[in-house]
Write a protein that binds this ligand. Structure first.
Ligand code: GUN
Ligand code: ZN
Length: 439
């Protein structure tokens, strides 16, 4: 089997960085190397330590002076919303009804689903993202299309068809029974195949009847190893409607809690307006709150209190995500730039080492995938991103004043986008520059 040997400045994280000078939290090799074989990382470290392991006939790619990190992970994104991004002038519920549901209705068509799945995976990879937790549309066909494309590229993805049986147009509704049957069929067809993971995906409490929530609950009991993904506490109108629809629940979080949908593999998008009781329920069940800064700003939903959740006695598990198409960019660099500003508006700072930890190892831990991705550890998947902090003239000029690694990362986060992503490896294969894009 052919081996690939990458040389460059290598950065990976060991633990969550507490400050910009928390040098113990990461591993950095100024002259580093990674050896890949069969889609896995064989070794990573100082060039001098790795070079002798490479052997004869290895393919060498010299990425110096660029940085090499684990591929980025996006913990919440909607595949069928590629043509919803940049829809003007609405808050969440209007935005869903006016733009999103009509667009998602088109995904009953397998051809359309295949085309968008292809373009979606091309687009995330161009931006350095190698793993996503993705929502497909309500149609089984859209999830089939996404898994077909992800499998063909041998990507590690989590995805599911949304379950939604009310409060939306007919073209995007299923029924409790059909959502059960379709989800079961999708799990049987895709979960565990290649690097694919299925997520049970009730869209949110507003679009699922109590009967469908019972179905989601049954699916969760029948498949305790699967992820569950949904939305929680994004804006005021949504919270009010959810509580009206489930009057016996203590609060919005309690709706999911009562149906047994909280737990270590539960990913709850947004979590902006949670009471202390709700945060306690999240932390006791080890559920994950997913911070989606570009979406929260774009839809005017509110400010996620990153430090309130992380600094409490029993911290919440937190992931970060684009939430495209409520979110406005595929880039996890742009996402963390906006995340920094959301945190700054609340009088706090998100340090740049923590940002890069979050979109690599941090999100891998939050998605329970850290044994596979996010670390560059030997034996893990060879999903890798190569970053150039001098990618534009403006970045190159600013780099003249940069003296530390933390400053370089902050520059990449603040000014960087897909142009800073020089190469991306998915399962050891260079994919950014191979020209896969097309209609
Ligand atoms: N809540 C329910 N569905 C959605 C969605 O598609 N996007 C966002 N941002 N929030 C939601
Ligand atoms: Zn979402």
């Amino acid at each position: 089997m052919r081996r690939l040997f990458l040389r460059g400045r290598i950065l990976s994280f060991l633990s969550e960085p507490k400050a910009p000078d928390d040098h113990a939290s990461y591993r950095y090799e100024e002259d580093g190397a990674i050896l890949l074989e069969g889609g896995r990382i064989l070794a990573a470290g100082a060039y001098d330590d790795i070079a002798h392991q490479a052997g004869e006939g290895v393919d060498v790619v010299d990425h110096r002076p660029n940085l090499i990190l684990p591929g980025f992970i996006d913990a919440h994104v909607h595949v069928p919303q590629m043509q919803v991004i940049a829809s003007y002038g609405a808050e969440l519920l209007d935005w869903l009804n006016t733009y999103t549901f009509p667009e998602e209705a088109k995904f009953h068509d397998t051809q359309h689903g295949r085309r968008i799945a292809r373009l979606f995976l091309d687009e995330i990879v161009r931006h350095g993202t190698t793993t996503v937790a993705a929502y497909c549309s309500v149609h089984k066909e859209s999830a089939d299309a996404f898994f077909v494309e992800a499998l063909e590229r041998n990507m590690r993805v989590i995805a599911g068809k949304v379950m939604m049986d009310r409060n939306a147009p007919d073209g995007v509704l299923d029924t409790p029974q059909s959502s059960y049957d379709d989800t079961k069929a999708l799990i049987a067809a895709w979960h565990g195949k290649g690097r694919l993971h299925y997520a049970i995906t009730p869209r949110f409490a507003i679009t699922s009847s109590p009967e469908q929530m019972d179905v989601a609950s049954a699916l969760a009991r029948e498949h305790p190893d699967l992820h569950i993904q949904t939305h929680l506490s994004e804006n005021a109108a949504e919270i009010a409607v959810a509580q009206e629809l489930y009057p016996s629940a203590l609060d919005y979080t309690n709706i999911y809690e009562k149906y047994g949908l909280l737990g270590p593999k539960s990913l709850l998008g947004h979590c902006i307006h949670l009471s202390e009781r709700e945060v306690d329920a999240m932390s006791e069940t080890q559920s994950v709150a997913v911070f989606c800064p570009t979406s929260n700003l774009f839809l005017g939903s509110g400010l996620f209190d990153y430090h309130r959740y992380k600094r409490r006695e029993k911290p919440l598990r937190v992931a970060c995500a684009t939430d495209v198409g409520g979110g406005t960019n595929y880039s996890m660099l742009r996402t963390m730039d906006e995340g920094y500003k959301v945190v700054a508006l609340q009088g706090e700072k998100l340090n740049p080492l923590a940002s890069f930890w979050q979109i690599t190892r941090g999100n891998a831990e939050a998605l329970s995938l850290v044994d596979h991705v996010g670390t560059l550890e030997p034996g893990t998947d060879a999903d890798i991103v190569v970053l150039d902090a001098k990618a534009t003239p403006g970045m190159a000029l600013r780099m003249e004043r940069v003296g530390t690694l933390a400053e370089e990362l902050f520059l990449l986060q603040t000014l960087g986008d897909d142009r800073a992503v020089r190469e991306v490896y998915v399962a050891g294969r260079a994919v950014k520059n191979e020209g896969k894009a097309g209609g």
